[in-house]
Ligand binder design. Structure first.
Ligand code: ATP
Ligand code: MG
Length: 764
């Protein structure tokens, strides 16, 4: 058989890895050296040459997007298609396992995923419920601590709090949080992994089934696995599984979230006979970009040490722009993008990478202004928007009445006269009697004395509405009781048969009288009064909220179960809700393919773009202030810089602003030390663009001065007009060139300092 398509496009070292004989392998190599390509081709090789069935292969990627891309590549590499192959993130795979084995995992069938935001709200309620001071136990930190414990595989009873009072209280919060999640049938992100791990340990039959099935485990971005993920792989591999892990210690950037780069060395100890293969040729970037990346990362100690070279062209030098402030920075970047798009037409080639999410806004404003389509990854995702979560909370409640997070959200949005006092009564009862809010409400209505008649009626109306909605959604008699979805699935376990066995009756939403998912959402949005509420919302952006609700209906109508969902026995509703929680903003806006991509450096891992803008390279921002004081953290920031630089294929722009508004105050900042670590010979400083009196041109990136400034005589005492501030008088000036700032006393707006070059002033 012809397998040339699997190996032709590889160099010797890559081929060695792809065609390696059975065993454990660690591919350790720098950015852009083809690790992901090797991993993908290895899967193709195993299937096409070694005749390993697709269902015996498990591939773990870092994001859902990467999983999708890998599957698409494999569809071309594997004759017969990728059906049966499992590709996904650790979270996605754990989620599917738990859906399939909810009973063995001790979960209710209709368990829902609690996202990070709802988790924090829940912890907040628990902190309040325990009578603790939020200032001493900030919910955010408590949630972080709980997640860290889970990442280490620890339950409250495994934590040695000793005499430490703060730790003891945190354990108490953890315990109360666990109880609340259990009552509500909720599973947070860390819990997905921990439960799936416990499933291995507590259910030997389940473990054995999957050990027999997934005999080939391939893991991308291995350097960023945490303890639990690593333990998970080890247990799953057992004595017979074969592992193939690829990674780069220089790109370990999730230490702050519990990832352990030590797992790379641990792997070599735990998997006897494991071989290391190094790849040294970079295929992604120009030699200029690669040299810059190498010279930055060289400053770190404790590296495993790898070489990286390229046969590629030298390419252009890295353009560095010292912006006056963050708006000027955004303007510069967007203008370069416009030029590029005008010349090449592809906005999707351009990526703007920043250290923190908050930086995206300025770029977004400029992109909107110029009508350039863009997409923000990992920022406020579509599914994180309040109106979307409100709408979904109704669906969640119809699926599972005990979902407290959904109850708390839905109960008074739109307002229906159920105030905090009423809710407090219910919360107290729920806590005291270990009930869900729903049960507490039922009990309170049946025998409570604390609520006044009006409040009782409001609560009763809410419960009745949800029950009625559930009946409309799915008129089956089993629905709307207990945990919501009532049908009982047969055991999914088939220890003797390693082949995947789609569950009979896995698709439960196929009742012909039942409403489709889109109809359910439409119904929920309308019948609950949510759409009316947002239409009449005076808090602004009512229109976009209503549009988002409509878009949710559209998204639902396009939603399709994947073969994996069907295999895991997910109903359409469950699959959709899980998708909403697990999707990391990667899948939204599929219809706008040709968009400028905006994302944090963390989410850019593994990706590549012809044109990259690395923005905000300032001390205190990148590296972040906290990392500056701690050598370990500083090294992680430097690896982040390395990741950023190596995302660029052809052209890299680095920008920093001399002044930036951060946390509400104007800060003056120095260029990042990482910029100083790039040899000056690789850099091309873009001259600030204008002087007040005459335009200054320097280099390719200079641009015509804005028309106005060219002939603006800056004289003290000059009367000028500004589009927003109105008329005023120039009272002083400082700086020179593009950095000239003018102080203007506006008649109505008071005194302002403005940059002459961008202030859009008209002399009067
Ligand atoms: P990262 O560390 O950033 O995840 P990586 O090591 O996974 O990078 P890939 O993304 O697999 O690298 O490859 C980088 C680029 O080089 C891709 O565009 C890939 O298609 C290309 N590439 C890899 N190997 C070869 C090769 N032998 N010939 C041509 N192109 C290659
Ligand atoms: Mg990769």
């Amino acid at each position: 058989m012809d397998v040339s398509h699997l190996i032709d496009s590889l160099n010797d070292a890559q081929r060695e890895a792809v065609c390696a004989s059975p065993g454990h392998y660690l591919v350790l190599a720098g950015a852009g050296s083809g690790k992901t390509r090797v991993l993908t081709h290895r899967i193709g090789w195993l299937n096409q040459v070694e005749r390993v069935p697709t269902w015996a292969i498990l591939a773990v990627t870092f994001t859902n997007k990467a999983a999708g891309e890998m599957r698409a590549r494999l569809d071309n590499l594997i004759q017969g298609g990728t059906q049966g192959l499992t590709v996904g993130t650790f979270h996605g795979i754990a989620h599917r396992l738990l859906r399939r084995h909810w009973r063995e995992a001790g979960l209710p069938e209709s368990f829902q995923i609690l996202d990070a935001d709802d988790q924090q709200r829940m912890v907040k309620r628990i902190v309040a419920g325990l009578g603790l001071d939020e200032a001493r136990f900030p919910p955010r930190q408590a949630a972080w601590q709980i997640n860290s414990w889970k990442d280490e595989g620890k339950r409250p009873e495994n934590i040695e709090a000793g005499q430490h009072p703060v730790t003891r209280t945190l354990v108490q919060i953890y315990q109360a949080y666990e109880d609340a999640c259990r009552r509500a049938g909720l599973v947070d992100f860390a819990e997905l992994l921990l439960r799936a791990h416990e499933l291995w340990l507590k259910q030997p039959a389940v473990l054995e089934h999957y050990q027999q099935r997934w005999r080939y485990l391939l893991i991308d971005e291995f350097q960023d696995t945490n303890s639990l993920q690593y333990a998970w792989i080890r247990v799953l591999a057992g004595r017979t599984g074969q592992t193939f892990v690829v990674g780069d210690d220089d790109q370990a950037i999730y230490g702050w979230r519990g990832a352990k780069v030590e797992n790379v060395q641990q792997f070599l100890r735990d998997f006897p006979g494991a071989r290391t293969i190094k790849l040294e040729q970079n295929y992604r970037s120009t030699s200029t970009i690669l040299k810059a990346a190498n010279s930055v990362i060289e400053r770190n100690g404790h590296r495993l040490g790898k070489q990286l070279w390229t046969a590629g062209e030298e390419g252009e030098r890295i353009a560095v722009y010292a912006a006056y402030n963050e708006q000027d920075e955004a303007r510069f970047v967007i203008e370069r993008i416009r030029e590029y798009v005008a010349e090449h037409g592809d906005a999707k080639d351009c990526a703007i990478l920043y250290r923190s999410n908050a930086q995206s806004r300025n770029f977004e404003e400029q992109l909107i202004q110029h009508d350039i389509p863009y997409r923000v990854y990992g920022g406020l995702r579509f599914f994180d928007r309040a109106e979307i979560k409100d709408a979904l909370s109704y669906l969640r409640l119809t699926a599972n009445r005990h979902d407290d997070a959904a109850f708390e959200r839905a109960v008074n949005t739109p307002p229906r006269g159920i105030g905090d006092r009423t809710l407090d009564v219910l919360r107290r009862r729920a806590r005291g009697e270990s009930l869900s809010m729903w049960e507490a409400a039922l009990n309170e209505l049946a025998m409570g004395t604390e609520l006044a008649g009006r409040a009782k009626n409001a609560v009763k109306g809410f419960l009745a509405m949800i029950d009625e909605m559930a009946r409309t959604f799915s008129p089956s008699p089993l629905r709307g009781e207990g945990w919501g979805e009532g049908s009982i699935l047969p055991e999914a376990l088939a220890p003797n048969s390693p082949s995947p066995n789609p569950l009979p009756g896995g698709e439960r939403a196929s009742n012909s009288e039942a409403l489709s998912l889109a109809e359910q959402i439409e119904h929920a949005v309308t019948q609950t009064g949510l759409r009316d509420f947002y239409e009449n919302d005076s808090r602004g952006n009512a229109e976009s909220r209503v549009e988002n609700l409509d878009e949710l209906v559209n998204v639902a109508s396009r939603f399709e179960l994947t073969p994996d969902d069907i295999e895991a026995g997910l109903s359409e509703l469950s699959a959709f809700l899980s998708h909403a929680a697990l999707e990391a903003g990667e899948g939204q806006g599929e219809s706008w393919d040709n968009c400028v991509q905006l994302m944090t450096l963390h989410s850019a891992k593994g990706l590549e773009f012809p044109l990259v803008f690395l923005v905000g390279l300032e001390e205190g921002l990148f590296p972040s202030q906290r990392s500056v004081e701690d050598e370990g953290r500083l090294e992680e920031e430097r690896r982040l810089a390395y990741v950023g630089i190596t995302r660029a294929r052809k052209r890299l722009f680095i920008t920093h602003a001399e002044s930036r508004r951060m946390h509400g105050t104007e800060m003056l900042s120095r260029p990042s030390r990482f910029l100083g670590e790039v040899p000056p010979s690789l850099l091309d400083e873009v001259r600030p663009r204008v002087q007040v009196s005459r335009p200054l041109y320097a280099g390719r990136f200079a641009e015509p001065a804005p028309s106005l400034q060219e002939d603006l005589p800056v004289k003290l005492g000059q009367r000028v007009s500004h589009p927003s501030f109105g008329e005023g008088v120039v009272v002083s000036a400082e700086g020179s060139g593009a950095h000239t700032r003018l102080q203007i006393n506006f008649e109505n707006a008071g005194s302002k300092w403005l940059v002459a070059a961008y202030a859009k002033l008209t002399p009067l």
